[in-house]
Design a protein around this ligand. Structure first.
Ligand code: FES
Length: 651
């Protein structure tokens, strides 16, 4: 196959790429990170690159297309005539057909996401599935020539209270004869769920073993390494979900899996390989062998769950959205290619229904609303919004397509939560001065000494739009006011926008703004969450909730005050709104270390009633009302003191 020389600047990565590959495919091969919010469906425009000047002929357009396939109609949606003449292309559309040097502008560079998934302090009883037994047994004789396994099992049954149905894993069986003799008939045996011997090592192990909880999010993955028998959390490691390269949301990944011949395998392998890399880092950091990890517990939404297991997720995207399996799955790590102990088991928590998955079950066993009298609304704000409402009487769950706006995608200057992203915004109502906080810097912009902002991430856009509303720059419908006395208000192509950061304050060659379209996208996302909460409340016959819990790596960074100003959830005393961090990961850790909680997870997953929002009769009307800031009709008494003025939505 013909190959061409491709160079990416400013990274300076170069290599030979087969003819016909797209620039985005070439970037993956050469290890250059490019933004690709829509997974290469040419609908986000985030993957724009520029053919480096050397590729352009001395005079006149259209030489940019020479080393690349011709400019396509879909590209014109994002690339104007002038930019096209300068050599701009969408990396997911342009195919390599000659030697080419490609410049990746700042805004298209896939920054390494700051994955914020710390583990919370949780107290729970220790009752792990993996238990170590120190066993001494008699050597075989002519009078007692039983097999090694039978000899070991009889001691485990008689003196360790294990059942007579105990079995042994194939790899443990292979290891058994040598281990017994090397240990001079003293061994450490690891059993799983009192059902199976999964590992045998000579001698009496003093140092214990390890188990791992993994939360596979659509965007990021967090792993928690725990020690046994102490149950102590030893280390946490996070990474971007490597599947992000194939689409940033669940639907674009499902679509990638369906439309590419090896799509499912590519997505599955990329995740497993990513997890193996994460394991390497984690075990190196702790100075242990990955073979000492004897179990893994996993949570994730249904699509991540299926892709982790290599199961086609296609039907999850089709009404009535059935998963391949609801109940918990136990599978050998070796069957998945995970490089932990070959006898280790992977426990995937059960799925609920629709798009509500094992991650929500994890949130439930961590937060346990089913054991409380208070009516709790739990919102897991990820790339998909998952909501649970209820108490010990009843639990309802739903999921809603919040869209990627709350994570910074489909926003004009949207950026993932990477260094350089604006994560907090304040606007002065008198002067219209703006101060902002950028990830990676401790100070707010007024104190910053050099330009740093590259875009706005999810918590930043929520803050920004809430501040625009609080200050009266936009009304309840989300429309910009006219004639406000500041150069920050302006129109661009006939549409109003507000300047958050002037060019001199940014790492870009332009001002960073919030546009009318951005406000609209935030309204759509918040309306989806609010409608979900409202319809669930109606189903339970309640008009208020006792508390709101914001969960999820991203949810924890949302400013609750800004979320209330926007009406992301029904009115609630801010003192009763809490951010609990990555509750799904906490749930995985709890299930890992307490097998009773696995049973609780199964019971709760089966008990939670799923509410399919889109078939609710007045879903559309409720959604339209929730598009208002904070809402067209519903009252927000707790906003009074925060807004410092009348709420204009009902004027
Ligand atoms: S337009 Fe190319 S990745 Fe979205």
């Amino acid at each position: 196959m013909k190959k061409f020389h491709v160079t990416f600047q400013p990274a300076g990565r170069r290599g030979e790429i087969a003819a016909g590959k797209t620039i985005i495919e070439a970037s993956r091969e050469l290890g250059v990170e490019l933004e690709s919010s829509c997974g290469g469906r040419r609908s986000c425009g985030k993957c724009r690159v520029r053919i480096a000047k050397g590729n352009l002929a001395a005079a006149g357009p259209p030489p940019p297309s020479e080393p690349l396939s011709p400019f396509q109609e879909g590209e014109g949606k994002f690339i104007g005539a002038e930019e096209r003449a300068a050599g701009d292309r969408l990396a997911c559309a342009a195919q390599i057909q000659g030697d080419v040097a490609i410049f990746v502008p700042e805004e298209s560079r896939g920054g390494r996401q700051v994955v914020r998934k710390g583990a919370a302090e949780k107290s729970f009883a220790l009752k792990p599935a993996v238990v170590l037994h120190l066993v001494s047994l008699a050597a075989p004789t002519f009078q007692d020539p039983r097999g090694d396994f039978e000899r070991l099992k009889s001691v485990l049954v008689q003196t360790h209270n294990l059942p007579a149905t105990l079995t042994i894993d194939y790899h443990a069986l292979r290891r058994l004869p040598a281990a017994l003799r090397e240990g001079k008939w003293q061994v450490t045996v690891a059993t799983w769920m009192e059902k199976e011997i999964i590992a045998v090592e000579p001698g009496m192990a003093e140092s214990g073993v390890y188990v791992l909880a993994v939360d596979i999010g659509t965007t990021s993955v967090a792993a928690y390494l725990c020690h046994l028998p102490s149950g102590r959390l030893i280390a946490t490691e996070t990474m971007m979900n490597p599947q992000v390269a194939y689409g940033e949301d669940v639907m674009s990944r499902i679509s990638y899996g369906m439309t590419h011949p090896e799509g499912l395998e590519t997505l599955h392998r990329s995740l497993i390989e990513g997890l193996n890399r994460l394991l390497e880092t984690l075990t190196a950091k702790c100075g242990i062998s990955s073979q000492a990890i004897l179990e893994m517990a996993m949570v994730g939404n249904p699509a991540m769950h299926h892709l982790f297991l290599g199961i086609r997720p296609d039907y999850l995207g089709l009404s009535p959205f059935p998963p391949a399996i609801h109940q918990a799955v136990n599978i050998k790590a070796r069957d998945l290619g995970l490089q932990i102990h070959p006898g280790a088991n992977v426990h995937c928590l059960p799925l609920e229904a629709g798009f509500v998955g094992a991650d929500t079950v994890g949130v439930l066993i961590a937060e346990r609303p089913h054991r409380q009298q208070q009516m709790a609304l739990i919102i897991d704000v990820g790339t998909n919004g998952e909501l649970v409402l209820g108490n010990r009487e009843k639990l309802l769950a739903t999921s809603c397509a919040t869209g990627p706006a709350l994570e910074g995608a489909h926003i004009t200057f949207g950026l993932r939560a990477a260094p350089g992203a604006i994560e907090g915004i304040r606007i002065d109502r008198e002067t219209w001065d703006v101060s902002f906080k950028v990830i990676g810097r401790d100070t707010w912009s007024r104190d910053a000494t050099s330009p740093t902002a590259k875009g706005i991430c999810g918590s930043g856009i929520i803050d920004g739009v809430a501040e625009l509303f609080r200050t009266g720059a936009i009304d309840g419908r989300g429309r910009f006011a006219s004639n406000l006395p500041s150069p920050r208000f302006r129109t661009n192509g006939g549409s109003p926008e507000f300047v958050i950061a002037w060019q001199r304050e940014t790492a870009l060659e332009k001002d960073i703004t919030i546009t009318q379209g951005d406000v609209r996208n935030v309204q759509l996302a918040k309306a989806a969450l609010y409608t979900g909460a409202k319809l669930m409340m109606r189903r339970l016959g309640i008009t208020r909730v006792d508390k709101v819990v914001l969960a999820g790596a991203f949810g924890s960074y949302i400013n609750p005050r800004s979320a209330l100003i926007l009406g992301m959830f029904p009115d609630c005393d801010l003192k009763k709104v809490s951010a609990v961090g990555n509750a799904a990961g906490d749930g995985a850790r709890i299930a890992l270390l307490n097998r009773d909680r696995r049973r609780e997870a199964e019971r709760i997953a089966a008990r939670v009633e799923y509410l399919e929002l889109t078939v609710e009769p007045d879903f559309q009307q409720e959604f339209m009302d929730a598009m208002y800031l904070p809402h067209k009709k519903d009252l927000f008494p707790h906003l009074g003191g925060i807004m410092g003025r009348d709420i204009p939505s009902r004027k």
